[in-house]
Design a protein around this ligand. Structure first.
Ligand SMILES: [Zn+2]
Length: 442
């Protein structure tokens, strides 16, 4: 391995060892303070913010010639490794096989943390002083929906004052070697509904007289679906004009990241719902919010028969929200509607959608730099994934772009055998170093 890949391997191996699930506070503390030590070694000034219920947030800063800063946002928590028997090696021990590195968090998100710290260290060694200062925000609850991040950052306004823009945590390489620059994230609203109609389950013959929790819940859901959520005023209001955004990007000469054929092949279908095709499918993919049933529990589903009228039925639902839908308003309206139908409504989590305008000078600057160094770029207006990006955009007024990282199209984030390729690490570090040396064209 080349020198800096050696550095990368060693530092990543140190971090993969920690089972830093967001719920394991002790392990998250150990991970955070290991990262603090590595940041200190490179010359960063570090401030650790603690919270009685949350995991530490690390704010790190190193000065440059300019009084402006480029910021990286990353997270050191990981998803659970289960099912363990599907892993080819221990998920919490970094394993190298040829070009591949395996371990929980190699792509999401410890590999990106390490590549960025090492890139800073190398630019410092090569140039003595950084042209722009660099700041990091590193948190440990991203995979749990970042429930405390805003509260922990809200008194740190000064830390964000002299930042030109944020490079988000995730990114990597497509099958054709291109990278997808992503300008935002969809939001999410996760809700559980429960209908309870009887004190206990009844004999099914009594369905002529007794109410059915199952039918009530199904009817409630299908009524909303049939009306395309028009009962919820807040659901339709505020949605950005995705068609206009996509047109702007295409007119500027970029391909929009979307491959309908791969999706159809992956899921074994011949056509999309409502026969969506071409531009309509593209607009739905980016521009439409979802109303999805994640799971439905009611009555008897075991072997053979059991004639029963279930007392209760429960459904879990998620809405994927597009910029600028307001998750709080939608949650309120939806729960009011459910409660009017005597259905209990419980909100599990919400994250607001986020988007930085394609024409924003920081976005345009980073894209020009990437082109300057020969990268092939596709653009995604936003990713279907969610995260705390809106905090940076809405509360600190910063532009954010995502898509630069060490992963690739088959990195298997959140799944067994999460992996990255050393050849991609090499390419990603080259890109990050180029951005650190000069984030915006002169
Ligand atoms: Zn993740």
């Amino acid at each position: 391995m080349r020198d800096h890949l050696d550095d990368f391997y060693r530092m990543l191996a140190d971090l993969i060892k920690f089972r830093s699930l967001a719920i394991d506070r002790e392990e998250c503390y150990r991970t955070a303070f290991t990262i603090v030590k590595k940041l200190n070694d490179v010359g960063f000034h570090v401030d650790v913010i603690e919270h009685p219920k949350g995991n530490p947030v690390i704010l790190a800063k190193i000065e440059g010639k300019s009084d402006k800063y480029l910021m990286f946002y990353n997270h050191y928590d990981v998803q659970p490794a289960e099912p363990l028997d599907e892993w080819r090696s221990d998920p919490f021990e970094l394993k190298r096989e040829g070009d591949f590195l395996y371990g929980r968090g190699v792509g999401d998100n410890k590999g990106n943390i390490v590549s960025r710290i090492i890139a800073v260290k190398e630019v410092l060694e090569e140039e003595g002083k950084l042209p722009y200062g660099i700041k990091f925000v590193l948190e440990g609850e991203e995979e749990a929906g970042s429930p405390h991040l805003h509260e922990m950052l809200k008194d740190k306004r000064d830390f964000f004052k002299d930042v030109i823009g944020v490079i988000w945590e995730f990114g990597g390489f497509n099958k054709d070697g291109s990278i997808t620059i992503t300008l935002g994230l969809k939001g999410i609203l996760y809700v559980e509904l429960e209908a309870e109609r009887l004190r206990r389950d009844a004999h099914s013959s009594l369905a002529v007289l007794l109410p059915s929790a199952t039918w009530d819940l199904i009817n409630f859901l299908s009524e909303i679906k049939k009306n395309e959520l028009n009962q919820l005023k807040s659901f339709r209001g505020g949605i950005v004009d995705v068609e206009k955004i996509i047109r702007e990007i295409i007119e500027a000469g970029y391909e929009i990241a979307f491959d309908p054929d791969i999706l159809k092949e992956e899921y074994g279908i011949k056509e999309f719902i409502n026969k969506l095709e071409g531009e309509d499918a593209l607009l739905a993919y980016y521009g439409s919010p979802t109303f999805n049933i994640d799971g439905f529990i009611a009555g008897y589903t075991g072997p053979g028969t059991k004639t029963v009228l279930p007392a209760k039925a429960l459904v879990k639902i998620d809405f994927r929200l597009v910029p600028n839908q307001d998750s709080i308003k939608i949650a309120k309206e939806f729960c009011n509607l459910a409660e009017r139908a005597s259905i209990k409504c419980r909100i599990h989590s919400m994250t607001e959608p986020a988007y930085t305008d394609f024409k924003n000078p920081f976005v345009q600057g980073i894209i020009s730099r990437l082109k300057e160094i020969g990268e092939k770029i596709k653009i995604a207006p936003w990713s279907p994934a969610s995260g705390p990006m809106h905090i940076f955009i809405k509360y600190f007024n910063l532009p954010v772009i995502a898509g630069i990282g060490v992963s690739y199209w088959s990195s298997r984030h959140h799944a067994p055998n999460e992996n990255i390729r050393l050849s991609d690490v090499e390419k990603a570090m080259k890109i990050i170093k180029a951005l650190i040396k000069n984030p915006l064209p002169k």
